[in-house]
Design a protein around this ligand. Structure first.
Ligand SMILES: C[S@@+](CC[C@H](N)C(=O)[O-])C[C@H]1O[C@@H](n2cnc3c(N)ncnc32)[C@H](O)[C@@H]1O
Length: 205
């Protein structure tokens, strides 16, 4: 199963331009806004789980963040991000892993996930994700997560997704994480389509 997933994502990033995929954002505005509101120091640590070729790390490097990790199941996704960053790529720890099989060896102040958790269809996969999340965070750590909302698409990148509202996401991460803030976003795809996202910020108890 793991091989099938990895092959899917490797193929996506090998065959599509990073700025043509439906989840592409020129700037990761909702994530940056959430981080601004949290008023975290640039010395805080952040992991972008399933970060793919997102420019979140680029923008945070510009803001002086110095403890950044990007994890993705697809090495070609990280290659795109590394090539774009050039010499700055050494400022990021790059991890190729399936988050449901990964065991973090440290804690992060921020665990960021945009459009990754929603692919986990099986309860056992979600449990494995929570195990990684709980191993990679400590009391006070923040979880910033975005999934498709209940009126969002049923599929993403050709794969079925689970759709969540804030209550359903809070149930997934309770009791370890307390919901601090939630909002909806209408994402515009490069093709001009609209996708409803549910965003939540949680604080680990
Ligand atoms: C819809 S894309 C979102 C990418 C990025 N978060 C963004 O906002 O641009 C989903 C990403 O999750 C990665 N992914 C999917 N399943 C994963 C898993 N089990 N473990 C780690 N990464 C995964 C994919 O390779 C892909 O980069």
């Amino acid at each position: 199963m793991m091989g099938v997933k990895r092959e899917h994502w490797d193929e996506v990033y090998r065959t599509k331009a990073a700025d043509s995929v439906s989840w592409y954002q020129p700037t990761p505005e909702p994530s940056l806004q959430a981080l601004d509101e949290l008023q975290l120091p640039a010395g805080a640590s952040l992991i972008d789980v399933g970060g793919g070729a997102s420019s979140l790390a680029d923008r945070l490097i510009e803001r002086g963040w110095s403890d950044l990790t990007v994890l993705d199941i697809a090495a070609p996704a990280l290659d795109v991000a590394k090539a774009r960053l050039g010499d700055e790529a050494i400022r990021v720890a790059w991890v190729v892993a399936d988050v449901t099989e990964w065991r973090p060896s440290r804690h992060y102040d921020v665990w960021h996930d945009r459009a990754v958790f929603h692919f986990l269809a099986e309860p056992a996969q979600r449990l494995a994700y929570r195990h990684a999340l709980e191993a990679g965070t400590a009391p006070g750590s923040v979880l910033i997560i975005a999934t498709f909302a209940p009126d969002g698409p049923e599929r993403c990148s050709g794969l079925p997704v689970q759709r969540y509202d804030a209550t359903a996401l809070a149930a997934e991460f309770s009791p370890a994480f307390a919901l601090a803030r939630d909002w909806r976003e209408e994402h515009t795809t490069p093709g001009g389509g609209r996708q409803s996202f549910q965003w939540c910020v949680f604080r680990r108890r």
